[in-house]
Design a protein around this ligand. Structure first.
Ligand code: 16G
Length: 243
């Protein structure tokens, strides 16, 4: 038996190889953005079949620890951003806290008749108009999410493209002096469609996290419904739970 693997433990070989690769990444022997040894090299190193190695590598690719480049090899992915599910923060604040620079690419800034579901969620009348703002949120020059924000026009009559290039939360709180008090957020897993994949720079059908947030000002006045698509290979959401 190869000394790198343990025989007397009830852990499958591919799992042990996964753990080995993760440890090498943690110890920075395999560096972010660099290629890991080929399947052939790894199968020789562990003295196992290439199928076993492939299983381990595929699992780590699916978990976002590694990524494959067609015709080249398998590389170490950047560590995912850990986003706490506590505290109602904005993208700009989240990135700043991590020492990253945030920016947005504005895809759309329109005033439209609210779609039915949005109208209901924002407690609007039949004629209620909303801003429909679509932004790609970028951190350190990399696209992280596509966000579509709906906000009642009558609540923010002077909103401009310039403002939404920056931080909407900053504008609402600091410039308008309105307090953002709470939100409800739903997270679901999905596969990226063609358009999302292109904007997020991932392959079509890659896993993404779809998040819908409805946020309120004081006195439970809803002020935004935001539908976003986050790269599942770049983000994980963390929550502490008490019993
Ligand atoms: C976050 C929020 C989004 C909010 C935005 C404001 C999620 C899923 N979404 O991206 O609801 O509108 O921040 O960001 O957390 P800004 O102040 O930088 O414009």
């Amino acid at each position: 038996m190869n000394p790198l693997l343990k025989k007397n433990v009830p852990l499958p070989l591919y799992y042990q190889i996964e753990e080995y690769l993760k440890q090498k990444i943690e110890e920075k022997e395999f560096e972010v953005g660099k290629m890991i040894p080929s399947e052939r090299e790894l199968s020789e190193r562990f003295e196992v079949s290439r199928m076993t190695v492939r299983q381990a590598v595929t699992n780590l690719v699916n978990a976002g620890v590694l990524y494959r480049e067609k015709g080249k090899g398998t590389y170490v992915a950047e560590k995912k951003i850990e986003q706490p599910l506590k505290g109602l923060t904005s993208f700009t604040e989240d990135m700043k806290r991590r020492g990253m620079t945030s920016s947005s690419l504005l895809l759309a800034f329109d005033v439209i008749e609210a779609p039915r579901d949005v109208r209901k969620k924002l407690d609007l009348s039949e004629e209620g108009k909303v801003y429909c703002i679509q932004r790609i949120r970028i951190a350190d020059d990399k696209p992280m999410a596509i966000e579509t924000t709906f906000m009642p026009q009558e609540l923010l009559p002077h909103l401009t493209e310039d403002i939404v290039h920056g931080s909407i939360y900053q504008y609402v709180e600091h410039d308008l002096g309105m307090a953002i008090s709470q939100a409800r957020q739903i997270i679901e897993a999905r596969a990226a469609d063609e358009e999302e994949a292109e904007y997020l720079n991932i392959s079509p059908h890659s896993p993404v996290l779809h998040i819908e947030r409805k946020s309120f000002l004081a006195q439970s006045v809803p002020f935004e419904v935001v539908k976003s698509t986050y790269r599942a290979d770049r983000y994980k959401f963390i929550t502490d739970i008490d019993r």
